[in-house]
Design a protein around this ligand. Structure first.
Ligand code: HEM
Length: 151
């Protein structure tokens, strides 16, 4: 096996969608803009639930990222090289994970972050998420742009 198996891609897409929806749910925008009033979507306004979903999806996301990184450093990189777009995505993923872990730490009762630090980490997490979305869109619509190419 010299490439990531296709199941990784499928789980990755579902996981990032779960992170996006559960993250946005905590801002909280779904109640404010009446999305949670649509029958069947009331759970989007249950912050404890969406918080739990975010944590579980974050754990899956980090496990997948670690697996792909280790496999790339080992076997996959003999056939594949990471393009400049791939490096940009990797940086954003690392940024999202670092700020996500910091946000998780901040939520622990025994950890104290000052208000400025809380705001900066919050904005960085959201900023990296938005940039990842823009990058994904650009790579999707632009011809010939890929995250990896043949070595
Ligand atoms: C592609 C992956 C991810 C996406 C799309 C995402 C998205 C979001 C969004 C939109 C928010 C709300 C931002 C705000 O309130 O301004 C958020 C909050 C948060 N995220 Fe993520 N996130 C991702 C990965 C992670 C990871 C890997 C972790 C943990 C290791 C994490 C932990 C958190 C925490 C703790 C919060 C704050 C929840 C709260 O206490 O209100 N996120 N995320």
């Amino acid at each position: 096996m010299n490439r990531p198996p296709s199941w990784i891609k499928r789980i990755y897409i579902v996981t990032v969608l779960a992170l996006l929806v559960s993250g946005l749910a905590q801002m909280p925008i779904f109640k404010r803009y009446y999305v949670a009033d649509i029958p069947g979507l009331g759970w989007l306004a249950q912050y404890y639930l969406t918080h739990q979903i975010h944590y579980i999806a974050a754990a899956v996301f980090m496990a997948l990222t670690a697996y792909v990184a280790v496999m790339h450093l080992g076997r996959w990189n003999r056939e594949m090289r990471v393009t400049v777009w791939g490096h940009a995505r990797n940086l954003l993923v690392v940024g999202i994970i670092v700020t996500g872990v910091l946000r998780t730490l901040k939520n622990m009762p025994w950890v104290f972050f000052g208000p400025d630090l809380v705001m900066i980490v919050d904005w960085l997490h959201l900023g990296f998420v938005m940039l990842l979305g823009m990058l994904a869109l650009a790579v999707l619509v632009a011809k010939g742009k890929r995250y990896v190419a043949k070595a």
